[in-house]
Ligand binder design. Structure first.
Ligand code: NDP
Length: 343
């Protein structure tokens, strides 16, 4: 627990102990205490309520060294305030990292964003934790990534990898709303059952058990119009080989290589002939490019959930101190939907 020692408030935060080699290990991250100063003008003291682990943290960690803090967002309660805009008791979504108590300077309204902090969106009664999932960064990623890059149309065949994850499960459901035939790939039987029976995916496959190339040849005989790529690697190559004319590929993530240990840039084969003669558009993106439309994205997803058009699942872990295990579990596929931590 964070607390007070000799009258000084103490925060706990996770820092890199040993730089990750391959899949992170529990001992690679350590908790350190930090004394917090008195609040200055325009500052708020925030107590984490919900925290998140996301695959990008593993990719980003290659830029971190021993002693650096783990990055990440959280839903936090303001427990002391020198900012009239964020009074005591209000909630924020803050990019504070893996820590339980944080003092943050409140940026001017035009600078409040997912990069810094923003007021807790009005989720109209949905759980607060959704502000880190469907009604937060992963939701914005899925909504804009699919609609702006894949541009799905009714009758299109959409393929989604890591389909039972935070982003993928939303992408597939948006695809159904758009009238697509949605093929989802995930790594366990339970995930496939959820995708098919609860979320309405048309066809689902365990990528660990099937030949992806042959599966798509058989189940998308006219080709894949939209591919939302969460994984990269050989999987992406096999989808590329099965794209339809004028297909669109949204390159969102490459989790197949995040734990790569070779020290060399991870390369994915690209089938140039298919890209050229089928006029394929393949576009990478960072969700932050939709900073200006962030809250429109959140509201759209929130309203779909409230209207019953989207179903949400979370895998919840209790306790701040269990964040490293939750992170490892996420990278190993133990989550269905968003992996979330209750502080
Ligand atoms: P998920 O909730 O999808 O969790 C990660 C999942 O990846 C696991 O549950 C696991 O599911 C799957 N996985 C792990 N290893 C492999 C592998 N070798 N091959 C295939 N699947 C694997 O995470 P998110 O929804 O948060 O993120 C999905 C992707 O989107 C990630 O690549 C992430 O980096 C990216 N992303 C990109 C953003 C951007 O701005 N570009 C923003 C947000 C996310 P399974 O059981 O199916 O293997």
């Amino acid at each position: 627990m964070s607390g007070v020692r000799n009258g000084v408030k103490l925060a706990r935060k996770f820092v890199i102990g040993n730089k990750f080699q391959g899949l992170p290990k529990l001992g690679d991250l350590k908790i350190v205490e930090e004394s917090l100063p008195a609040l200055g003008k325009g500052e708020i003291l925030c107590k984490a309520e919900w925290l998140t682990v996301d695959p990008y943290m593993r990719a980003y960690s290659t830029f971190l060294k021993s002693g650096d803090a783990m990055p990440g967002a959280q839903v936090a309660r303001v427990i002391a305030s020198e900012s009239p805009e964020f009074p005591e008791g209000s909630q924020v979504v803050g990019n504070f990292g893996w820590r339980d108590l944080t003092i943050s300077k409140v940026p001017p309204p035009e600078k409040q964003s997912a990069d810094s902090l923003y007021k807790m969106p009005d989720l109209k009664g949905l759980p607060d934790s959704y502000a880190l999932g469907s009604c937060g960064m992963p939701g914005v990623t899925a909504y804009f990534g699919l609609h702006k890059i894949c541009e799905p149309k009714a009758g299109d065949t959409l393929v989604v990898s890591s389909a039972a994850g935070a982003v993928g499960s939303l992408v597939g459901q948006f695809g159904k709303i758009a009238g697509c035939r949605v093929l989802g790939f995930a790594g366990t039987k339970d995930k496939l059952t959820w995708l098919k029976n609860d979320l309405g995916f048309d066809e689902v496959f365990n990528y660990k058990e099937v030949n992806v190339f042959k599966t798509l040849k058989e189940h998308a005989p006219k080709g894949v119009n939209c591919y939302f790529d969460n994984v990269g690697g050989e999987f992406a190559y096999n989808v590329m080989k099965n794209m339809a004319m004028f297909g669109r590929i949204a390159v969102c993530g490459a989790i197949t290589v995040y734990n790569d240990n070779t020290g060399k840039p991870p390369l994915v084969p690209v089938d140039y002939f298919s890209l050229i003669y089928k006029n394929i558009r393949m576009e990478g993106f960072m969700v932050m490019r939709w900073n200006k439309e962030w809250f429109q994205g959140i509201e759209k997803v929130r309203d779909y959930i409230i209207q019953g058009k989207l179903k949400i699942q979370e895998t919840q872990v209790n306790g701040f101190e269990n964040m490293p295990q939750a992170f490892i579990d996420l990278l190993e596929g133990k989550n269905t939907g968003k992996m979330i931590i209750k502080a």
